[in-house]
Design a protein around this ligand. Structure first.
Ligand code: MG
Length: 159
């Protein structure tokens, strides 16, 4: 049995915050605002995985009103999502993502992100694809006010 899920997330970029993307701290002048570490890419992957198995969304499982998740490392959230999938017998097939932001350049960090995410999902690095694009200076992403991520995940179980 195979299922596919989709995830989307967006966070505001502000001064005085760290920029965590794909589980990696990216050196930059601004960072993502959020209750947790605001890792937009890991949040989109969490929602894609939850969506594939119809287990709700990241906001239901880790509400931003819960002090437990204040400043949380999103790798911990992703591991918790994987635990939910494993309990129901699901394994990850592959994940494909696109980050949308004006700057900084993401490509120098993509291999580290893939190496960080793959073991959390129990897959090889070649099952994790991360792409990046800009918004061509249009809209809130184009004005560097925010960063967004899309993800799709395939999950499977049984023979
Ligand atoms: Mg988020």
């Amino acid at each position: 049995m195979i299922r596919v899920g989709f995830g989307f997330d967006v966070h505001q970029l502000v001064e005085g915050r760290e920029l965590w993307l794909g589980g990696v701290l990216i050196p930059h002048s601004v960072g993502a605002l959020g209750h947790s570490d605001a890792d937009v890419l890991l949040h989109a992957i969490c929602d894609a995985l939850l969506g594939a198995v119809a287990l709700g969304d990241i906001g239901q499982h880790f509400p931003d009103t819960d002090p437990r998740w204040k400043g949380a490392d999103s790798k911990v959230l992703l591991a918790a999502v994987m635990q939910l999938l494993k309990e129901k017998g699901w394994n990850v097939g592959n994940v494909d993502c696109t980050l949308i932001l004006e700057r900084p350049k993401i490509m120098p960090h993509v291999v580290t992100m893939r190496e960080t995410i793959a073991p959390l999902l129990g897959v090889a690095i070649d099952a994790i694809s991360i792409k990046a694009t800009t918004s061509e200076k249009m809209g809130y992403i184009g004005r560097a006010e925010g960063v967004a991520a899309h993800a799709v995940a395939l999950v499977q179980k049984g023979a």
